[in-house]
Design a protein around this ligand. Structure first.
Ligand code: SF4
Length: 191
């Protein structure tokens, strides 16, 4: 089975609880106004990986990470691959966080969702809504988005202990990349 992704980061501290392996899934048909990741909308772009190749990559970092985060793009538009990788990550004793632009209450009866939630710890749902822009809660950009907990590893109190942050990376070719959540426009004064 394949998963098409935009990119991954083996170690990041700003995309969920603790240090995480983060996967930006390619393809999203939701098209929220103000989306910061429009380059991840087209499902024909990105790179195909065998799901086991991703699992093997994660395995190499398993002693350095708390878990894996899927975002995008829209992870649930490749739900079988995301479920498969999540199950393997769970078997490694790590946690899984999945973001979706869909409303969980509208999709919770679907068999694929029920299967996925057996293997993940947190689902954060909801479109990005520009008129509800709010960075007061960790990892989310609008106040309509909600956290759902499917294991006893996390809860609202644990989530509240985290703040939104950015990471700025400069590679050996002087290419700058930024990830995290917050007012990206304010970064233009720095970079
Ligand atoms: S669901 Fe996420 S990736 Fe898709 S358009 Fe909305 S913000 Fe962008």
């Amino acid at each position: 089975m394949k998963i098409r992704i935009d990119s991954y980061l083996p170690l990041t501290d700003v995309e969920g609880p603790g240090t995480r392996f983060c996967i930006w899934v390619q393809g999203c048909s939701i098209h929220c106004e103000g989306c910061a990741n429009k380059h991840m909308w087209n499902p024909q772009e990105g790179t195909d990986f065998d799901v086991n190749e991703i699992v093997n990559l994660i395995e190499k970092y398993k002693d350095k990470i708390e878990g894996v985060t899927f975002l995008g793009g829209e992870p649930l538009e490749q739900i079988d691959a995301v479920s498969y990788i999540s199950k393997e990550v769970q078997n490694m004793g790590l946690t899984v966080l999945v973001f979706t632009g869909y409303d969980y209450n509208e999709i919770s009866a679907e068999e694929e969702i029920k299967e996925l939630q057996k293997h993940i710890d947190i689902l954060i749902d909801g479109k990005y809504e520009q008129d509800k822009r709010d960075f007061s809660r960790p990892w989310v950009g609008s106040s309509n988005q909600k956290y759902y907990f499917f294991s006893n590893k996390y809860n609202d109190d644990i989530i509240k202990s985290y703040k939104n942050k950015f990471e700025i990376r400069i590679d050996r070719h002087n290419k700058i990349s930024v990830n995290g959540m917050g007012k990206f426009e304010e970064l233009s004064d720095i970079i």
